[in-house]
Design a protein around this ligand. Structure first.
Ligand SMILES: [Zn+2]
Length: 313
């Protein structure tokens, strides 16, 4: 979750505002340098201006306005370019996707698990990774169905939230820790009635929770019969079955699972696990997808980006 939660546009905009305030203040001070009362009023104004900027940025970070603001600012900062790659989340072409150098962050990631996959896979504008672009492309083909559905999105991903905003689709967001979401929900004890949701999105959350089987039974419970669960998680196809280690240290988890907050990595039995939880399981079929949204794997080797589209039985 954390690794894609970067907001370059937001930071640029806040810095730009700070620069404007700073230069406006400098101009006033120079102009009225010999007038003490003016200098004092400018300094007071500067302090109030900075306080307003920080309050504004705080409100954006911790309220639902954040996604709308990001969409608004990114429209001006990232212009459409001709290019070889396309991000369906933010709807922009680029010459190439970016290398975020996750393998350099030894505190959180295991660089050994970034060797087999391409690293230039992150969208420069909305920070989408391949899995979000696959989901956005799938969503493009299912706009009408999404518009008429009650949607719950666990651990909302910025790039997909931009896509939903762009299409005017209302989504209820939920997370146990992220204060920007609409609801604070624990995936292993979802405080929602049975059969209350049409569609639930839950990408790269299952590897973080204490008990993934309980989480899946909760997801099954809150979905209506025939409702859909769009879900993905780290998979290592070298493993026959899920490999978990809940008690190890952060270093141990980085070594085993590639990331310090992962408690497990799934294996070849992923589909069987989902079916055993009461779902009819299909993977999103990439065959008809435009080549320009590729590469579709990475950045980590466990980001196989197989997205399961499960129908609740
Ligand atoms: Zn994008």
């Amino acid at each position: 979750m954390r690794k894609y939660d970067r907001n370059a546009v937001f930071n640029i905009a806040v810095k730009a505002l700070l620069f404007i305030v700073f230069f406006a203040a400098a101009f006033c001070i120079l102009k009225f340098a010999f007038n003490l009362a003016t200098v004092i009023s400018v300094i007071v104004g500067l302090i109030c201006g900075l306080a307003a900027v920080f309050l504004f940025s705080y409100l954006l970070r911790y309220t639902g306005f954040y996604y709308s603001y990001y969409a608004f600012v990114s429209r001006f900062l990232f212009r459409e370019k001709q290019g070889n790659v396309y991000c369906p989340c933010c709807g922009r072409h680029f010459e190439h996707f970016e290398d975020e150098r996750f393998y350099d962050d030894l505190k959180h990631y295991n660089p050994e698990m970034f060797k087999k996959s391409r690293q230039d896979v992150i969208c420069d504008c909305c920070r989408s990774a391949p899995r979000q672009r696959i989901i956005a492309q799938w969503a493009e083909q299912n706009v009408d169905m999404l518009k008429s559905s009650k949607i719950l999105y666990f651990a909302p991903e910025l790039s997909m939230m931009l896509w939903f905003r762009k299409h005017g689709i209302r989504v209820t967001t939920a997370d146990l820790f992220d204060k920007r979401t609409d609801l604070k929900l624990d995936l292993t004890a979802i405080d929602l009635p049975d059969g209350s949701e049409d569609i639930v999105f839950c990408n790269h959350v299952l590897e973080h929770v204490s008990d993934y089987k309980v989480a899946l039974s909760e997801l099954h419970r809150v979905l209506k019969e025939g409702g859909r669960l769009i879900i993905s998680f780290p998979i290592n196809y070298d493993f026959e079955e899920v490999h978990e280690e809940k008690t190890g240290s952060g270093e141990e988890r980085i070594r085993l699972f590639g990331q310090d907050d992962h408690l497990r990595v799934f294996g070849k039995d992923s589909r069987k696990i989902l079916e055993g939880s009461g779902f009819a399981v299909e993977s999103i079929d990439l065959s008809g997808f435009p080549q320009e949204i590729v590469p579709v794997t990475g950045p980590a080797d466990y980001d196989t980006n197989e997205i399961f589209c499960c129908v609740r039985k």
